[in-house]
Structure formats: structure tokens, C-alpha cells
Design a protein around this ligand. Structure first.
Ligand code: ZN
Length: 314
């Protein structure tokens, strides 16, 4: 936590999946996340928008998907998220190595980055994921309703690695606007961090000059969202982007669970700034998150038509 109680870091990561049912199965059963919201893409209501997180879906734990059943596989390229990493307590990597094999995820890579133990693997759509062992998070709450012991459960995001077409300009936005500081270098990676052990507090930038552009599709990340405490904090960040970096965001959009602006950062990735307020319990009880299909008020009149067009998840 930064002085004054202002939290910075990743708010959520949004990616593209293929089959929705397979996506739910992998993230809730294999990885043990909670489905905290089942809604539609507000800009394309024929597509689900599925949100996974911890018990309440607090910022820094939220991975979301647009499942497009007929999506072609994507291709990683410059300006895209290379890998999304969750953190687990020290000592949990062995458990996860066995669990992933048992759940049909045989291709895993063990490596060290910045002195941390990393277990890299892919989801059923080929999205690059990792678990990183982090000391000192054992006592943090975890969503442990399934068969995963609480001592091994995922504790939100560790961070992401981003292929940047313009690392220094991307780094300037991370530092000047989004609350990060450069803390280390390891090979072609530059690590940016927010203070403390904050959830989703790490961005590793990989210089990607010469990388061909990516192609959005199954297994690729659509955008990366950063936290703003509230509307005023978000407006302040929007001003800094314009004044110091010449970057103009979209107008603020009401996403029901947070309020967002979007912009293309200098390394070509799509960034979002999302408020911590009001959170996922705004339209259903916290105990029942993710069970019913929730629609924003402007789509509620079309519920029958929308439900009829969505694939069945059972
Ligand atoms: Zn988003």
C-alpha cells in the first residue's frame, strides 16, 4: 500500500478464449479461482464476459475472458501481454506441478526469474500463464472452496510480462502515471513494481523491437487494466497522460463493476484504467457471485433475446 492508502497495480487482465464451458472448467476447477461474475460483453452482448478472481474479486485478482467459440488461435506479437502470472505461497510449486499434470496440462517449464521460482504453462486456448512462488503471502486469504488446500491456493496476480515496441516510453507511462517504479533488470526484461507486496504489483517489460505485430485471437490478451482508487484518481491519471505523454484516453465508460477509460500505450498495447469502486457485489449478493447471468440496466430489456443467443454453459 502506498502512503495515503492509494493502491496501484493491475486491476484486471482481459483475454480471449474459445469454448466458454472449457474456460470455466479450467479456471474454476483446475486453477481453483472463483467465477465472480457472469455477464456479457457490454459492447457485443452476444458474447459472454466471464470474470474470475478471489472470493470477492478484489482488484489485482481478476482475470476476465470473452469466449468466442469460433475464434482462431491468436499470435503473440509486439504490444501484447506475453504472460500472466499468479502468485502462490513458497512451497506450493511442487503441488501445482503434480496437479497440472493430473488435470491434463503436461507441458510445464520451471525457471528462475529475478530470483523467483516460476512454473510456466498454458491454458486450453494456449494462453501463457505462470505461477510464481512468493514468500510472505501464506496468511493472505484465498478462495479455497474446491479440492485445493488453502496453503497452495492462488493469491491473485503476481504480475504480467509485456512485449513493448517502445520500452522506454511504456516505462515512462508506468512510472509517471500508473504508480510503478523500475526496480530490476534480468536479461531483456525490465521489472517495474508498485510499493510493497501489492497484488498485481509487477510489470516485466520485454523489449520487442523487430517482433511482428500480434494477431488477436484465442489465447491472447485483449487488454490490461490498472487500478485507480476512484473517479477523481482516474481523472488525475487521464490528465497526466495528456499533459506529460500526449496520450488521450476514451471517455469514461461505466462497466457496472468499475468505471474505465482506455488508451493505446506507446508500445502499442491496449491499456485501461479502472476504478476500484464499486466492485462485484453491486448487483448480486457476495455469497452468490457468478451464478446468475447479470446484465447492465441498458441491456436488461433485451434479456430474453440475449440469453437465447448465448451458448449454454452446462
Ligand atoms: Zn477491462
Amino acid at each position: 500500500m502506498a502512503p495515503g492508502g492509494i493502491h496501484h497495480g493491475i486491476h484486471h487482465v482481459t483475454a480471449i478464449a474459445g469454448d466458454a464451458h472449457r474456460n470455466i472448467d479450467f479456471y474454476t476447477r483446475t486453477l481453483g479461482l472463483r467465477l465472480v461474475k457472469k455477464t456479457v460483453n457490454f459492447d457485443d452482448p452476444a458474447t459472454y464476459h466471464l470474470y474470475y478472481g478471489d472470493e470477492t474479486g478484489q482488484p489485482g485478482t481478476i482475470l476476465t475472458f470473452f469466449p468466442w467459440e469460433r475464434a482462431a488461435p491468436g499470435r503473440l506479437g509486439g504490444g501484447e501481454l506475453q504472460e500472466t502470472a499468479f502468485r502462490v505461497p513458497q512451497g506450493a510449486i511442487g503441488y501445482w506441478t503434480h496437479r497440472l499434470i493430473a488435470h491434463g496440462v503436461p507441458e510445464q517449464t520451471r525457471e528462475e526469474r529475478f530470483g523467483e521460482s516460476v512454473l510456466a504453462f498454458r491454458d486450453p486456448d494456449g494462453m501463457r500463464l505462470a505461477l510464481v512462488a512468493v514468500a510472505g503471502i501464506e496468511a493472505e486469504p484465498a478462495w479455497a472452496q474446491g479440492d485445493i488446500p488453502a496453503e497452495h491456493a492462488l493469491r491473485g496476480f503476481h504480475g504480467v510480462s509485456l512485449l513493448s515496441g517502445d520500452g522506454s516510453a511504456t516505462g515512462a507511462v508506468l512510472s509517471d502515471v500508473l504508480g510503478f517504479t523500475e526496480t530490476a533488470r534480468d536479461g531483456s526484461l525490465t521489472r517495474f513494481q508498485v510499493p510493497g507486496l501489492a497484488l498485481g504489483g509487477i510489470i516485466d517489460l520485454r523489449r520487442a523491437s523487430g517482433f511482428p505485430g500480434g494477431r488477436l485471437g484465442r489465447g491472447t490478451v485483449h487488454h490490461l487494466a490498472f487500478r485507480a482508487a476512484d473517479d477523481a484518481a482516474e481523472a488525475g491519471m487521464v490528465r497526466r497522460l495528456a499533459e506529460n505523454h500526449g496520450i488521450h484516453t476514451t471517455e469514461q465508460k461505466d462497466r457496472t463493476y468499475f468505471r474505465s477509460v482506455y488508451f493505446r500505450e506507446p508500445g502499442h498495447a491496449l491499456f485501461e484504467i479502472a476504478t476500484d469502486m464499486p466492485g462485484f457485489a453491486v448487483d448480486e449478493p457476495a455469497a452468490l457471485l457468478g451464478q446468475a447471468l447479470k446484465l447492465p440496466p441498458f441491456l436488461e430489456p433485451r434479456r430474453t433475446e440475449i440469453e437465447g443467443a448465448l451458448p449454454t454453459l452446462a
